[in-house]
Design a protein around this ligand. Structure first.
Ligand code: SF4
Length: 376
């Protein structure tokens, strides 16, 4: 993972073109939350320009059969992760619970803290959840053979390429996500296709896996996953509408932050780290029995995925990361629905397929395990 361009990724664009040219393939694309606030930079726009509508339009122009949003998987992640946190809190489970959306961080704990692999949430990451949902629920509903489906993820992240190949995340030995390309590779595709990106109209994502909430888009920045989870945990525990949903104490750009959140008479202690050096400090406290947190969000990249290694290079310029972060929060504010547990298409999917969050079927398809690995 390298936001400063010291390392570059393997180019998977030819594989995407090959899938798009194959008439037997039903090719579905999904885009991570952080893409929409950074892609424009590769077309001469200012950092933090929001290009969500052009992104959907451009993907449709280059021939994807469906244009879905990883944010849908982020909403599902929140339903599963919030259930898991409550389950651990109420049943004496392992605490703190750590978020598990970032594969670089998951790999870090497996190699560097193999004695702690029982503490990350067992939730698969949002794009892997979307891949799983497309090849099970969506395929069954639309009578498509999952083997004919190619899922392409557009990610801000180089580590997501390796994540998609993890056998722990497959279903029946099949990968849920077939190809991962980065924001930079997507810009390359648009340029190869001769698409005049800034002239594209604004279009919407396809239904149902393009219907998303404000909670899901904030996954793109440090602190966003845990804020989205708290919005849901609060309403589930109190049964009351949460009016002030912006948790300022969880926001910011400092590498290590903490916040205390009141939920139904209980104080939840939350830790946030971005950058693996900061993560190491929190993990050493846990190992030494000194952690006071109930839940911790960790992201490997500075700023979270907005500063990811697959994004337009920012060469360590914090102003660029801040501009992208501001845009992520604007996207959240723009949404009519801003809590994951109120996403109507997600709720419909649970009713039709998974029964309820944290059900046996949800566990089988949407959760995973971690493996202690040799220190490198
Ligand atoms: Fe990938 Fe970085 Fe986001 Fe982790 S924080 S998922 S490594 S882009």
């Amino acid at each position: 993972v390298c936001p400063t361009a010291a390392l570059t990724e393997v180019n998977h664009v030819p594989k995407v073109w090959e899938a798009l040219r194959n008439p037997k393939k039903y090719v579905v694309v999904q885009t991570a939350p952080a893409i929409r606030v950074a892609l424009g930079e590769l077309f001469g726009m200012k950092p933090g320009t929001i290009v969500t509508g052009k992104l959907a339009a451009g993907l449709r122009r280059i021939g994807f059969d469906k244009v879905f949003d990883t944010d849908f998987g982020a909403d599902v992640t929140i339903l599963e992760e919030a259930s898991e946190l409550l389950h651990r809190l109420e049943n004496g489970g392992t605490l703190p619970m750590l978020t598990s959306c970032c594969p670089a961080w998951v790999s870090f704990i497996e190699h560097q803290f193999p004695d702690l692999v029982d503490i990350p949430s067992s939730c698969k990451s949002p794009h892997i959840m979307v891949g799983t949902i497309i090849k099970t629920y969506y395929a069954e509903k639309h009578n498509i053979n999952p083997e004919d489906i190619t899922v392409v993820s557009i990610m801000p992240c180089v580590a997501k390429k390796a994540e998609a190949a993890r056998t722990e995340l497959s279903i029946d030995d099949h990968e849920n996500v077939d190809i991962v390309i980065t924001t930079r590779e997507l810009a390359m595709m648009f340029k190869e296709a001769g698409i005049d990106f800034d002239k594209l109209p604004d279009e919407d994502y396809d239904h149902p896996l393009g219907v998303t909430t404000g909670a899901s888009v904030i996954f793109g920045t440090t602190g966003g996953v845990i804020e989205a989870a708290v919005r849901t945990v609060h309403e589930w525990k109190t049964g009351e509408e949460l009016e002030q949903i912006e948790y300022e104490q969880l926001r910011g750009i400092e590498g290590l932050r903490e916040g205390k959140v009141q939920v139904n008479g209980m104080e939840l202690n939350i830790g946030i780290a971005h950058g693996l050096g900061n993560a190491r400090k929190l993990l050493e406290d846990i190992r030494n029995g000194q952690s006071q947190y109930h839940a911790i969000e960790i992201m490997a990249c500075p700023g979270g995925c907005i500063g990811g290694g697959g994004q337009p290079y920012h060469y360590g310029n914090e102003e660029v990361v801040k501009a992208r972060q501001k845009a992520i929060y604007q996207e959240d504010q723009r949404k009519n629905v801003r809590k994951s547990h109120l996403n109507k298409e997600v709720l419909k999917m649970y009713e039709e397929y998974f029964d309820k969050p944290y059900s046996e079927k949800a566990h089988k398809l949407l959760h995973t395990t971690y493996t202690p690995k040799e220190r490198i």
